[in-house]
Design a binder for this molecule. Structure first.
Ligand code: GDD
Ligand code: MN
Length: 361
């Protein structure tokens, strides 16, 4: 049996045409199915709408209680409530064509270990031409930064199908915000992602709930998935990226202060502080953002202290190599790189074990 899970919030008007579309698409096939509407307690008439449909259609409504409104959690709730072993998730707003349900389902039956995605970005797929440039770029950049996590042209898609038992433990899923498909792809045991081209059309009724807040949640979600997939290496790369950003801040202040008339030695001493502080903050919210937050002042102080020790090491390695080993005196850049390398590892280890030492949540 195919269980079609539809998360909804304020979609009462879209439900009748959606259910009609699903019926039409499936009535000529021998697919047995149910539709589970997972509504986050919308203050509208969804309950009456579903009650009217129940006599003629295999549809039911669940309204989870006791948590914040959340698209991803709704999809998980719907999946757990499903009777079928095959799950298909789609939006309520008719952006995802019900006609393609049979093709998605067949693709899944061909290879039950696959994760099937209705994709806008493969050949013959399309997205709405009315899309704003902002939405277009957003979607593409988001897709690009998920590349190391999944082999999928459209990992943001909310139209997908999978076998329910390919996810071992639903309690271990930990999505934030909108991208439940991505979460399932990364954390599930799927052998491959198979993409079915779809034509995505924008909703006619109601409005998208995808706002800036959701975008920020997406970044946090991504970081969480990167940490899950790449562990400490992910943290180390993030730490390195923050460090590189700090170098830019350092340089910017170094020049800015001089333009404002400060002597260059003093500017050099001052520019360290904004750089080290922004590094501390970014590591706090990004690199080690999964860990519980410690009080700021003391953590900042510890971070500065380790950075200073790290810098001494950096300089010390350079000094020793160039003064003791003739080779490094000829290739000083190598000595410099060795110093930066040793200091980076030292800083990272200290940050990871001492400064941000709370366990990952
Ligand atoms: N239960 C529940 N709770 N459902 C929600 C919530 C919520 O908090 N927020 C939104 N939904 C439902 C909507 O009612 C709709 O059925 C579906 O989730 C998608 O929401 P939209 O607000 O229409 O999202 P969108 O069109 O901006 O985004 C869609 O396309 C994106 C890619 O462009 C979704 O499919 C996204 O998942 C997808 O990434
Ligand atoms: Mn939509």
């Amino acid at each position: 049996m195919l269980s079609i899970v539809v998360p909804t919030y304020l979609e009462e008007e879209n439900i009748p045409p959606l259910i009609a579309g699903i019926s039409d698409a499936l009535k000529e096939t021998d697919i047995s199915y149910e539709v589970i509407i997972v509504d986050d307690n919308s203050p509208d008439g969804i309950k009456e709408v579903i009650d009217q449909l129940i006599p003629d259609h295999p549809v039911r409504l669940i309204q989870p209680k006791g948590r914040e409104r959340d698209l991803s959690m709704s999809v998980i709730d719907g999946t757990l409530a499903a009777q079928g072993e095959h799950i298909l998730v789609m939006d309520a707003d008719l952006s995802h064509p019900p006609d393609l349900i049979p093709a998605m389902y067949r693709t899944l039956l061909e290879d039950e270990s696959a994760f099937v995605v209705g994709s806008r970005y493969v050949e013959h797929g399309s997205f709405d031409r009315r899309w704003s440039l902002w939405r277009f770029f957003n979607s593409h950049i988001a897709t690009l930064i998920t590349r190391p996590l999944v082999q999928c042209q459209d990992p943001m898609s909310g139209f997908f199908a999978f076998r329910r038992d390919q996810i071992e433990d639903y309690d271990r899923l930990n999505p934030i915000g909108y991208k439940i498909g991505l979460e399932l792809m990364v954390r599930g045991n799927f052998s491959v992602v198979r993409e079915v081209p779809i034509n995505f059309s924008d909703r006619e009724i109601g409005e998208s709930k995808l706002n800036l807040n959701q975008q920020i949640k997406f970044l946090r979600h991504l970081r969480r998935l990167y940490t899950a997939r790449f562990g400490t290496l992910g943290e180390f790369l993030s730490y390195g990226a923050v460090g590189a950003g700090g170098f830019v801040v350092d340089l910017a202040f170094y020049y800015l202060l001089q333009i404002m008339g400060m002597p260059h030695q003093l500017a050099r001493a001052c520019s360290f502080w904004p750089a080290v502080s922004s590094n501390w903050y970014l590591n706090r919210i990004a690199t080690f953002g999964e860990r519980k937050r410690r009080p700021q002042g003391r953590q900042w102080f510890e971070f500065v202290l380790t950075s200073l020790i790290g810098f001494s090491l950096n300089w010390g390695v350079y000094y020793i190599l160039t003064s003791r080993i003739a080779y490094f005196d000829d290739y000083r850049l190598l000595a410099l790189i060795a110093g930066v390398g040793v200091a980076s590892v030292f800083n990272f280890v200290m940050s990871s074990l001492v400064v941000y030492n709370e366990k990952r949540q």
